[in-house]
Write a protein that binds this ligand. Structure first.
Ligand SMILES: [Zn+2]
Length: 213
C-alpha cells in the first residue's frame, strides 16, 4: 500500500510539472457610480475570494469612468485578450432591463462586458446594517463575471442563484456563499478553453441577477 501511495504522489507531481500557466483573469473595472475607493477594494476582495475558491486568480485594473473614448491609459483599453473582462459599476439603470436587477452580463461575440447597478445595490442594503454595499457589490461582480466565463445565462445554486434571499445575504456577509464545486470546475474548464483560443462564440444574449429580499 505504501508503494501505491508513492505512485499517487509521483503522478500528482508529474501533473503539476506539466500543467499550464495558473488560471487567471484580468478585470477592467470602470467605476461610473463614484463608489468610494474603500468600497471598490472591498468588493474586489470579496469577488476575488470567490474566484480564488474556484482556483482562479483575478487581477483588477481600476479604470476611469466608462466613456466612449477611453483616453490613453494603456491598461484600460480594449483588447483581444480572451481572459480580459470589462465591468462597469453604473450610477443609473440600464434601459429596457428588469427594474430589479442588480447586475447584467452581455455575452455578445467576443465582447465580455458586464455591469453592476450601484443604486439598487445601495437600496438593497440600506435598511439593514448587517449587509454591506461592498459585499453585495462583490457578489454581483462575481456572479456576472461567472456568466461571462460560462458564456451562459444559466443559473444554479450558490452565488449563481437567480434570486438572492435574505439567507443568501447572510451567507455572503460571512463568506459562506460562493461557487459550487461543479461551477468551479466549469469555470476552470471554460477559462482553460479561452486560454487555448477555443472559446465558443455565442450569439447576443444578456442576463441579469435579481434580488427578492
Ligand atoms: Zn445571473
Amino acid at each position: 500500500m505504501r508503494s501505491s501511495g508513492w505512485m499517487f504522489g509521483l503522478v500528482l507531481a508529474a501533473h503539476a510539472a506539466g500543467s499550464e500557466a495558473p488560471l487567471e483573469i484580468t478585470v477592467q473595472l470602470f467605476n461610473s457610480a463614484s463608489v468610494p475607493q474603500s468600497e471598490i477594494r472591498r468588493a474586489e476582495r470579496e469577488a476575488g475570494w470567490m474566484f480564488q475558491t474556484a482556483g482562479i486568480a483575478v487581477h483588477w485594473v481600476e479604470c476611469p469612468a466608462l466613456q466612449r473614448e477611453r483616453g490613453g491609459d494603456q491598461v484600460c483599453k480594449e483588447s483581444d485578450d480572451s481572459r480580459l473582462f470589462v465591468v462597469s459599476i453604473n450610477a443609473v439603470d440600464p434601459p429596457e432591463q428588469s427594474d430589479t436587477a442588480l447586475g447584467f452580463a452581455l455575452i455578445h461575440g467576443r465582447s465580455n462586458h458586464a455591469a453592476a447597478v450601484y443604486p439598487r445595490i445601495v437600496a438593497q442594503t440600506e435598511h439593514d446594517s448587517d449587509y454591506q454595499d461592498c459585499v453585495l457589490l462583490g457578489s454581483v461582480l462575481a456572479h456576472e463575471l461567472a456568466h461571462l466565463l460560462f458564456r451562459s445565462t444559466r443559473h444554479g445554486e450558490g452565488i449563481m442563484r437567480a434570486n438572492w434571499t435574505r439567507r443568501d445575504y447572510q451567507a455572503m456577509a460571512h463568506r459562506r456563499l460562493t461557487f459550487t464545486a461543479e461551477q468551479a470546475q466549469t469555470l476552470r474548464k471554460m477559462l482553460a478553453k479561452r486560454s487555448e483560443g477555443e472559446a465558443r462564440q455565442a450569439g447576443p444574449t444578456s442576463t441579469e441577477a435579481t434580488v427578492r429580499p
